[in-house]
Design a protein around this ligand. Sequence first.
Ligand SMILES: [Zn+2]
Length: 100
Amino acid sequence: MLIPCLACESRFGPDEYFSACSDYNRGLDLVSWTCPRCGNRDDLRVLPGELGFGYPHRGRFDVHDRLRVPGLRRHRGDLRLDISLDRSSWRVPTRLRQPA
Ligand SMILES: [Zn+2]
Protein backbone atom coordinates (compact mmCIF):
# COMPACT_ATOMS: atom_id res chain seq x y z
CA MET A 1 0.00 0.00 0.00
CA LEU A 2 1.20 3.52 -0.76
CA ILE A 3 0.62 6.50 1.50
CA PRO A 4 0.24 9.93 -0.10
CA CYS A 5 1.64 13.28 0.89
CA LEU A 6 -1.39 15.51 1.35
CA ALA A 7 0.47 18.49 -0.11
CA CYS A 8 2.15 17.21 -3.28
CA GLU A 9 0.29 13.90 -3.65
CA SER A 10 3.49 11.92 -4.07
CA ARG A 11 2.96 8.40 -2.80
CA PHE A 12 5.34 6.50 -0.59
CA GLY A 13 5.82 2.96 0.50
CA PRO A 14 5.51 2.39 4.26
CA ASP A 15 9.25 2.30 4.85
CA GLU A 16 9.92 5.62 3.16
CA TYR A 17 6.83 7.16 4.73
CA PHE A 18 7.37 6.14 8.34
CA SER A 19 11.10 6.82 8.17
CA ALA A 20 10.15 10.45 7.55
CA CYS A 21 8.35 10.67 10.92
CA SER A 22 10.08 12.55 13.70
CA ASP A 23 9.47 14.00 17.11
CA TYR A 24 6.73 12.01 18.81
CA ASN A 25 4.66 14.34 20.97
CA ARG A 26 3.19 12.12 23.67
CA GLY A 27 1.03 14.84 25.19
CA LEU A 28 -0.84 15.48 21.95
CA ASP A 29 -0.19 11.94 20.67
CA LEU A 30 1.13 13.01 17.30
CA VAL A 31 4.21 12.72 15.19
CA SER A 32 5.68 15.21 12.76
CA TRP A 33 6.07 14.09 9.20
CA THR A 34 8.24 15.82 6.63
CA CYS A 35 7.64 14.92 3.00
CA PRO A 36 10.88 13.63 1.43
CA ARG A 37 9.70 15.00 -1.91
CA CYS A 38 8.30 18.50 -1.28
CA GLY A 39 9.39 19.21 2.30
CA ASN A 40 5.84 19.81 3.52
CA ARG A 41 5.39 19.20 7.24
CA ASP A 42 2.28 17.55 8.60
CA ASP A 43 1.20 16.51 12.04
CA LEU A 44 -0.40 13.13 12.21
CA ARG A 45 -1.59 10.62 14.73
CA VAL A 46 -0.81 6.96 14.25
CA LEU A 47 -3.85 4.88 15.17
CA PRO A 48 -4.56 1.16 14.96
CA GLY A 49 -5.40 0.59 11.30
CA GLU A 50 -5.29 4.21 10.24
CA LEU A 51 -3.50 7.53 10.18
CA GLY A 52 -5.22 10.63 11.46
CA PHE A 53 -4.36 14.03 10.01
CA GLY A 54 -5.33 17.25 11.67
CA TYR A 55 -4.21 20.27 13.58
CA PRO A 56 -3.23 21.05 17.16
CA HIS A 57 -5.99 23.23 18.57
CA ARG A 58 -6.39 24.53 22.11
CA GLY A 59 -3.95 22.06 23.56
CA ARG A 60 -5.35 19.05 21.78
CA PHE A 61 -5.01 17.47 18.39
CA ASP A 62 -8.17 17.41 16.31
CA VAL A 63 -8.22 14.74 13.60
CA HIS A 64 -9.90 15.99 10.42
CA ASP A 65 -8.90 13.36 7.89
CA ARG A 66 -8.31 9.67 8.29
CA LEU A 67 -6.45 7.34 6.00
CA ARG A 68 -6.96 3.64 6.43
CA VAL A 69 -3.74 1.63 6.66
CA PRO A 70 -4.81 -1.96 7.28
CA GLY A 71 -2.60 -3.73 9.78
CA LEU A 72 -1.02 -0.59 11.19
CA ARG A 73 -0.18 -0.90 14.86
CA ARG A 74 1.41 1.36 17.42
CA HIS A 75 2.84 1.22 20.87
CA ARG A 76 3.29 4.32 22.97
CA GLY A 77 6.45 4.50 25.02
CA ASP A 78 7.61 7.14 27.43
CA LEU A 79 9.95 8.82 25.00
CA ARG A 80 9.06 7.18 21.75
CA LEU A 81 6.34 5.76 19.57
CA ASP A 82 6.83 2.37 17.99
CA ILE A 83 4.97 1.89 14.73
CA SER A 84 4.62 -1.48 13.07
CA LEU A 85 3.11 -2.69 9.85
CA ASP A 86 3.38 -6.20 8.51
CA ARG A 87 6.88 -7.33 9.50
CA SER A 88 8.45 -3.89 9.63
CA SER A 89 8.69 -1.47 12.51
CA TRP A 90 9.83 2.09 13.02
CA ARG A 91 10.70 4.00 16.15
CA VAL A 92 9.86 7.68 16.42
CA PRO A 93 11.73 9.30 19.31
CA THR A 94 10.50 12.21 21.36
CA ARG A 95 12.65 15.26 20.90
CA LEU A 96 13.59 16.45 24.34
CA ARG A 97 12.85 20.09 24.95
CA GLN A 98 14.53 22.38 27.38
CA PRO A 99 12.28 23.15 30.34
CA ALA A 100 10.76 26.60 29.93
ZN1 LIG B 1 4.95 16.19 -0.50
